[in-house]
Design a protein around this ligand. Structure first.
Ligand SMILES: NC(=O)c1ccc[n+]([C@@H]2O[C@H](COP(=O)([O-])OP(=O)(O)OC[C@H]3O[C@@H](n4cnc5c(N)ncnc54)[C@H](O)[C@@H]3O)[C@@H](O)[C@H]2O)c1
Length: 315
């Protein structure tokens, strides 16, 4: 069966990575941005991503040209969504812009197309409430870059229908993403709430002079993260006590209760704490070298993903 046509609206960092991900899985993709030059750059970016992916063994035997040929640029939003059964909106993170774009999408898309937003922090209810087709609107929030990181949060507004949730999750699973179906919307969704909890404590430890920013990064990068790259927190604690998760809680629950009771104040994210963190980061990485470091990180991430694929071949 021919994969469903997909429309990608907004052709920046996230839109181009989505266009690649859908095209790699065989979907015909139409791409539109308010700026034609952004859409053209995104098309070139799809080829670049595909070339890097091929080098890492992540292109499933296809050539970059074959993948890029599935992405076509549309002259306007209406043409872009005309045949699409899944629309992935990735325009700027601004609620008024999302509202206007979703109104246009709801008016132009096929009645049974799912309308998904990549928004990082806006609740789906904040820009879909008044739409006639609001039952098919939801958030599909990726981790950057979705071309490499599988997890994607599927977030319903109170009026989102189960069919739209099912279809979005199936589309995402079909391109190799790992959908997380949320029961309801909540600020930060799931991944930013988890990341936020960790950052709050990291800031607190620096602010209180317990650890340096370098120590915190060492503790995660060379301590917890290698294990977290293989399992989630519940899997981790299940494997960390001979009797599994209940045994772990019996052994270490009291310690976490003492810590938790003291983790109630918000640390200062600005001022002297931020000065210390920024000084540490700029000493380790001059600002001018940031793009080089991002590229290196993405290449290493590709190697890691290729390793996971070898261990768990994709169907
Ligand atoms: N960058 C990240 O790490 C990340 C991660 C997950 C989700 N997101 C979300 O993805 C979305 C896109 O983020 P990005 O980082 O790709 O931004 P970006 O600035 O790289 O790209 C946004 C693109 O949208 C276009 N655009 C803006 N308004 C438009 C409109 N009205 N119609 C058509 N095109 C329009 C811009 O021209 C630009 O090309 C945001 O909602 C963001 O929160 C970003």
């Amino acid at each position: 069966m021919r994969p469903d046509p997909i429309a990608v609206i907004g052709a920046g960092l996230i839109g181009s990575a989505w266009a690649f991900g859908f095209a790699r899985a065989g979907h015909p993709v139409t791409l539109w941005d308010q700026w034609p030059e952004a859409a053209q750059a995104a098309h070139a970016r799809v080829t670049e991503i595909a070339t890097d992916m091929q080098a890492a063994g992540l292109l499933d035997g296809q050539t970059p040209a074959q993948v890029a040929a599935r992405v076509t640029l549309a002259p306007d939003l209406e043409t872009c969504v005309k045949n699409a059964l899944h629309v992935q909106e990735s325009v700027s993170e601004n609620v008024d812009v999302k509202r206007a774009v979703f109104a246009a999408l709801d008016a132009a898309a096929l009645p049974d197309a799912v309308l998904a937003s990549s928004t990082s922090a806006l609740l789906p209810s904040s820009f879909t409430e008044t739409l006639k087709g609001r039952a098919r609107c939801l958030v599909a929030h990726p981790i950057n870059p979705p071309s490499l990181i599988p997890a994607v949060e599927i977030v319903p507004a109170p009026w989102t229908g189960a069919t739209a949730m099912d279809r979005c999750a199936a589309t995402m699973a079909g391109i190799g993403q790992k959908p997380i179906r949320m029961a309801r919307e909540i600020d930060g969704f799931i991944m930013n709430r988890l990341q936020g909890a960790l950052l709050q404590e990291a800031m607190r430890l620096v602010a209180d002079g317990i650890a340096t920013p370098e120590d915190i990064d060492t503790g995660i990068r060379d301590g917890l993260a290698p294990r977290w790259s293989l399992c989630g927190p519940f899997e981790a604690i299940d494997l960390n006590a001979p009797g599994g998760v209940r045994d772990y809680v019996a052994r270490y629950g009291p310690m976490y209760r003492i810590i938790g009771a003291r983790q109630t104040t918000l640390p200062d994210w600005e001022g002297a704490t931020l000065d210390r963190i920024e000084a540490a980061r700029r000493a380790a990485l001059p600002l001018a070298d940031l793009p080089k470091a991002q590229t290196r990180r993405d290449r290493r991430l590709m190697a890691l993903m290729a390793h996971f694929r070898r261990e768990t071949p994709q169907s």
